[in-house]
Design a protein around this ligand. Sequence first.
Ligand code: NAD
Length: 292
Amino acid sequence: LPEQEAFDIEYWLLEEAKLQRMPKPKSLAGRIALVTGGAGGIGQAVARQLLQEGACVMLTDIDGGALEEAEQALLKVAGRDSIATVRANITAEHEVEAILNAAALRFGGVDLLVSNAGIASSAPVEDTTLAMWERNQSILVTGYFLVSRAAFRIMKQQQLGGSMVYVASKNGLVASGGASAYCTAKAAEIHLARCLALEGAPHGIRVNVVNPDAVIRGSRIWDGKWKEERAASNKIDSDDIEEFYRQRSMLKRSVLPEDIAEAVYFLSSEKAAKSTGNIINVDAGNAAAFTR
Ligand code: NAD
C-alpha cells in the first residue's frame, strides 16, 4: 500500500478500537419505570436490570418492610436519584392513584410499567373457598387492571408512547392441578394485556406478557404454603421441588428471577418496538411440551 493509505487505515483502525472501548449509552436512559411487587424476587431482579440499563425506577409493594430491604439492596446498583419506593396495595383504587402521583412527583411521569405484584394459592376446586377465589381475582386481575388504567392515562397524556409488561404465568396458558383460582386469574391477566395492547397501539403504548414457570430461588411465594401445596399436588417431597421442575423441563434448567428480568427488559426496550400483545414464556420449554 502507498504509505499515506497505510497510515490512513491504521489511523481508522485505532479510532474504531477507541470507539469500541468507550462506554455505550444506556438503552433505558431517561425512561421512568414503575415496578409493582418490587419487594419480591422477580420484582427486585427486574428493577435491578432496568436500573442497570439507565432507567429511574419507582418500586411499589404492599409489604413496607420488605420494600425497604429491596431499596437498600438496589442502592448498591444505582443512586438515590434513580430509585424511589411507595408502599401501596394494588387492589385499592386510591392507593393505586397515589403510586402514580408519587411517580409523577418524583420523576415526572411513567414510561414503562412492569405489573408483577402477585400471590399464589392453590387448592382442589372442592376446597377452594369463595374468599380464596376472590383474593386471586382481586390481586391478579383487578389489581393489574387498576395499575394499568392509571399508567395508561398518564402515558396517553404524556404522548410519548410507553410499554407495559405483565408478569403473568405459564399457568395462564396451561392448567395446573389443584390451582384453578390462580390459573384462571393468570389467564385473565394475559387477555387483559391483549385488550390493552389493542387500545394502546394508536398511542404508541405496547403491552406484552412474560410467563415464568416455577421460579423458586428468590421468590417469596415459594417460602410459604404454596411450596407444600405444589409438592403435595405433584406427590413429591417439598425439598425436591426445584429439582422436580428442572427435571420436568425440556431444557433441564431452573428458571431464575434474572431470566424473567431479561425478558421484561427486552419487551420494555426499543428492541421490542414492534412487539405488542405478545407473550414470552420463560419456562425452560414447559409450556411447549410436557416431558415427564
Ligand atoms: P414474590 O412473592 O417474591 O413477589 C411478589 C410481591 O408482590 C411480594 O413482594 C408481595 O408483597 C407483592 N404483593 C402481593 N400482593 C400485593 C398487593 N395486593 N399489592 C401490592 N403488592 C402485592 O413472588 P415472585 O415469584 O417474585 O412473583 C412475581 C410475579 O410472578 C407474581 O405475579 C407471580 O404470580 C408471578 N409468577 C411467579 C412464579 C414463581 O414460580 N415464582 C411463576 C409464575 C408466575
